[in-house]
Design a protein around this ligand. Structure first.
Ligand code: ZN
Ligand code: ZN
Length: 283
């Protein structure tokens, strides 16, 4: 494995829904030989949510991350970011209060699509039974409408809020193991993906290859699927590898395989973020 690929911009500590302290991630990153680590706790949201950083803990998160960045600056490049939800009317990566934090980077993610009968937001990042319920209550069981809504939110996020990094581009497939709900070969699915990718290509965003679904076995699949990565290459979309680590030991999970897959598709380099801006890293 080339050392240049060992950067990770996507991890979660005990301050949101991960395990371990931010410092534990730095120590694991050093042990694994990472040259860059970005902190990306889930940004607080203005409603009950058990996997985001609670608002009162945000200062602790930012202070700790910035202190570590300074302490370790001669040994590893640390960047302070957040994974920010895109929920129109509620929060986006471009929200004024997010910009005011002067982060080193943002990951923009679509986790929520529509509302359940009780009014609470439906997350597509939950367990299978939550997908079942959300589909029934939000889209009357119409998977195509749910998927199209997901990608239209993704498209709008990229076009209007341009995060530095696009989180798990096709997360909507999380509970679609063995094509339970839809086939990725369906022409309507390919069209929805294609529209979103065209928006990505027209934006400055970097699309992450997220190995978390495999590393944590939540979906058993890479985000995005390989055929989508081939479509990304056709559009010259810059990509990076992240593991969406929820434990320090997951920081480089499935990196060798992801790099091999990208090379097989024809990618020759990754696009990473450093203190000085973007840089290319040989695959
Ligand atoms: Zn996420
Ligand atoms: Zn994440």
């Amino acid at each position: 494995m080339k050392q240049s690929i060992l950067a990770n911009y996507h991890c979660h500590s005990r301050l949101d829904d991960g395990h371990g302290e931010l410092g534990d991630y730095v120590r694991a990153a050093l042990q694994k030989g990472l040259h860059t680590l970005g902190f990306s706790g889930h940004a607080p949201v203005p409603f009950d949510c058990d996997w985001t950083i609670p608002s009162p803990l945000l200062p602790e998160y930012l202070d700790t991350a910035r202190r570590l960045k300074n302490t370790y600056r001669d040994r590893i490049e640390l960047l302070v970011g957040l994974e920010v939800d895109y929920i129109p009317e509620i929060i986006t990566p471009a929200a004024a209060h997010i910009r005011a934090l002067n982060l080193d980077f943002t990951i923009g993610s679509v986790h929520f699509v529509g509302r359940l009968n009780g009014g609470e937001l439906w997350t597509v990042d939950g367990p299978p039974e939550e997908t079942e319920r959300g589909l029934a209550e939000t889209f009357r069981g119409d998977i195509r409408r749910a998927v199209e809504e997901y990608y239209s939110r993704m498209t709008a996020m990229v076009a209007t809020a341009a995060p530095d990094i696009i989180g798990h581009f096709d997360l909507i497939k999380k509970n679609n193991r063995d094509g339970k709900y839809f086939s990725e070969e369906a022409s309507w699915y390919r069209a929805a993906v294609s529209r979103a990718l065209d928006a990505v290509a027209a934006s400055p965003c970097i699309l992450e290859v997220n190995t978390g679904g495999i590393v944590r076995n939540t979906s058993g699949a890479l985000y995005p699927s390989e055929w989508i990565l081939a479509e990304c290459l056709k559009r010259n979309i810059p990509v990076m590898i992240n593991s969406d680590a929820h434990r320090p030991e997951q920081l480089d999970g499935y990196y060798v395989e992801a790099a091999r897959i990208l090379k097989g598709i024809g990618y020759r380099e990754l696009t990473q973020i450093g203190g000085e801006g973007r840089r290319r890293a040989a695959l």
